[in-house]
Design a protein around this ligand. Structure first.
Ligand code: GDD
Ligand code: MN
Length: 387
């Protein structure tokens, strides 16, 4: 039976076509079982499916085995001249894939093909835009025979990816996504990476994601390809994703330096106004008014320094960003003033009270400005406005 007939014979006879990308390096011994289990699973799911095998000239003869199997199953083979990154294998697979739904899976049967129907169901129903095989949701698990070193590496790797996404298992290599969502960020995917899922999550922004519990089984044949090189590739990919999201260490340090300069300016202006020019103010509101003027001078200074030094790549429409920066800072100021008042009332020296107020207010500012004033979206808006 050809797979064309399958789509009509299958229950519900859906028109959906699924492309499953399987990167391979020395997986000859796994291919036969892989193909038979995957196509059985496609059948259960009631879809028309193809496997897109991306082989990096495996010396063990993976290619010829795949060619042999392609007479029996709908298998497309992409043969690459050398071992390239895992992310680039998936990207090359996406290009060759013709499905409405596209997925990725390992060849070593660590990802059980029998989970395919569960992974496809939410996509076929239109309930989700992406499904991820997860080891870390209820019902998911890992075959415990991993050596402790492998477990630790996996834990640490997952930890550093956490701030980039809400997904419970962002390291998964087993997932499906609609072609439509993939298209949104396909050309932004980083081919030098290791975990294509992370890049898709950040660049394609799928909205409805379902994490489906899976059991990650121990590979049966062949060896894991994890090496120092894969760890390095992963680290570089994470570094790039962090850079894209704007939270670079360099930026953080610059922001803090600007904050310190602003604090110094604030304190000097405050000191001048309260100490040397007291006749300008009504005695009663002296500290409050001095604090406000010091704030406005410092805020303008900080805005300019931040937008030209800490966030030069995030400059948008300047008056809007200045407005946002002032609003964010007003929030910080409110926190500053409340602290000032509370501490002065409690009998602390007004200089110390102001200093603590600034510290608390500026921490608040940091977060708001990073996520709002100098967001990626704000800089894109600026780019569009400039044409
Ligand atoms: N084309 C190509 N080129 N394929 C490769 C390469 C390569 O350089 N290196 C590995 N592969 C293929 C393998 O043949 C296998 O099908 C799949 O990629 C995963 O490789 P493994 O070596 O089995 O990976 P692993 O078991 O260490 O890692 C798995 O576990 C992670 C979870 O901790 C991978 O599935 C990851 O995707 C998964 O996130
Ligand atoms: Mn494996």
């Amino acid at each position: 039976m050809t797979s064309d007939e399958l789509s009509y014979d299958a229950e519900g006879s859906t028109e959906m076509k699924v492309s499953l990308i399987v990167p391979t390096f020395n997986e000859r011994e796994n291919l036969e079982e892989l193909a038979s289990r995957v196509f059985a699973a496609f059948n259960v799911a009631g879809v028309r499916g193809e496997i897109v095998l991306v082989d990096d000239s495996s010396p063990d003869g993976t290619y010829s085995k795949a060619e042999e199997l392609s007479k029996q199953y709908e298998i497309k083979i992409i043969s690459r001249p050398a071992r390239l990154s895992l992310s680039s294998a998936a990207i090359d697979g996406f290009r060759a894939a013709t499905g409405d739904i596209v997925g990725v899976m390992d060849a070593d049967l660590s990802h059980r093909p029998e989970s395919i129907p569960d992974l496809l169901a939410p996509l076929i129903d239109g309930e989700s835009e992406m499904t991820i095989g997860s080891r870390h949701v209820d019902g998911g698990s890992i075959d415990s025979s991993w050596p402790i070193s492998r477990k630790i590496i996996s834990r640490v790797a997952a930890m550093i990816a956490k701030p980039l996404t809400n997904i419970r298992d962002p390291m998964s290599g087993y997932f499906f996504v609609t072609r439509e969502v993939l298209r949104r960020g396909e050309d932004k995917l980083n081919p030098a990476g290791q975990k294509i899922l992370l890049d898709i999550l950040v660049n394609c922004r799928p909205e409805k994601i379902t994490e489906v519990p899976i059991t990650f089984a121990e590979r049966r044949m062949g060896k894991s390809k994890m090496s120092l090189k894969t760890i390095l590739r992963y680290s570089l990919q994470i570094w790039n994703l962090y850079n894209r999201s704007g939270a670079t260490p360099a930026r953080y340090v610059k922001f803090m330096i600007v904050g310190a300069i602003g604090t110094a300016i604030n304190l000097i202006v405050f000191w001048l106004l309260t100490g040397y020019l007291p006749e300008l103010f009504f005695e009663h509101d002296r500290f409050l008014i001095a604090s406000f003027i010091a704030f406005m001078v410092a805020v303008t200074n900080n805005f300019l320094l931040n937008s030209y030094w800490a966030f030069p790549d995030r400059r948008g429409i300047i008056h809007i960003q200045y407005g946002q920066f002032v609003i964010a800072s007003l929030g910080g100021l409110a926190i500053n003033e409340v602290m000032l008042k509370l501490m002065i009332d409690a009998g602390f020296h007004h200089m110390l009270s102001q200093f603590i107020g600034i510290l608390m207010g500026s921490s608040f500012n940091f977060i708001v400005n990073l996520k709002w004033t100098f967001s990626l979206r704000a800089s894109l808006r600026g780019r569009n406005a400039r044409g």
